[in-house]
Design a protein around this ligand. Structure first.
Ligand SMILES: [Fe+2]
Ligand SMILES: [Fe+2]
Length: 267
């Protein structure tokens, strides 16, 4: 089974300064094209938040029309740029989403469980998993202790060293870590928000950040407090599950040329 992860499309309305700079819809369409040209199509797609840039209804409608080009099931989560209520109103026809309240849910396929979490704090750049959301996660994980599980969420739970992004990270991450530690079946945590590919380990579980389909945050380490975006090529992640093990590949969304290809046997 292949799970494609996309993140942070930040769909903006046309004729805005933001969209003139980043061409967000065009870039999401490019990401979808990169999936459609794969010989082995993903079985499902997870999008880990910052679906749109300003949380507006018009933006969600653009996103919805772009996602209609997919013939693969697509599951959405929200980030700090999203508006929970507006998102739920536009996507109210999606059977997997709760009608109201937090945008968290669990799906199962091929003996693998995928749980989407909601770290959104209304109109704040930081994220949190409050006691109510953690209680839901703890209860949900307790229901299937033997099923390998992937957690998807917008805000990564670890510090990156990119100071400006760490200042808008996940608050109260330790409480989340205590829930993760309790449940051995959680084999990976996949996030977005940072607009860069970054890996770490959190309370014993590997965590990987999926870059944005739109733009990157510039890499500024060691106390450099610059916050800037770059034109580094957008990427998506492909998580390949063989029933026992999960391997994650990153894939650029832009077109590329094959420079050489083996014809016949190598040896
Ligand atoms: Fe973002
Ligand atoms: Fe974000």
């Amino acid at each position: 089974m292949i799970i494609a992860q996309l993140s942070d499309p930040h769909i903006a309305a046309p004729n805005t300064e933001f969209d003139a700079l980043y061409k967000t819809s065009e870039k999401l369409k490019t990401a979808i094209k990169s999936i459609n040209r794969l010989k082995n199509k993903p079985d499902l797609i997870m999008i880990t938040g910052d679906l749109v840039n300003c949380g507006e209804e018009a933006e969600y409608k653009i996103l919805k029309s772009i996602l209609k080009e997919l013939d693969i099931p697509c599951y959405l989560g929200i980030g700090n740029h999203d508006c929970r209520e507006t998102f739920q109103a536009v996507f109210s026809d999606q059977g997997y989403l709760p009608e109201n309240g937090f945008v968290h849910y669990s799906i199962e396929q091929e003996n693998l469980r995928l749980i989407m979490l909601d770290t959104n704090i209304f109109q704040a750049p930081q994220g949190v998993l409050c006691p109510e959301r953690l209680a839901w996660l703890d209860k949900t994980l307790s229901e299937k202790p033997d099923m390998p599980t992937l957690l998807f969420m917008h805000h990564p739970p670890f510090k990156t060293g990119i100071k400006t992004m760490d200042n808008m990270g996940l608050e109260e991450a330790k409480a989340f870590g205590q829930v993760v530690e309790k449940h051995d079946q959680v084999i990976r945590i996949f996030c977005g928000h940072l607009h860069r590919p970054i890996q770490s380990v959190f309370h014993g579980t590997p965590v990987q950040v999926c870059p944005s389909t739109s733009h990157r945050v510039m890499l500024c380490l060691e106390g450099d407090e610059t916050l800037a975006t770059t034109s580094e090529p957008p990427e998506i992640l492909l998580h390949v599950w063989d029933g026992n093990n999960l391997v994650t590949h990153s894939m650029p969304t832009a077109d590329y040329e094959i420079l050489w290809k083996l014809e016949g046997e190598l040896y």
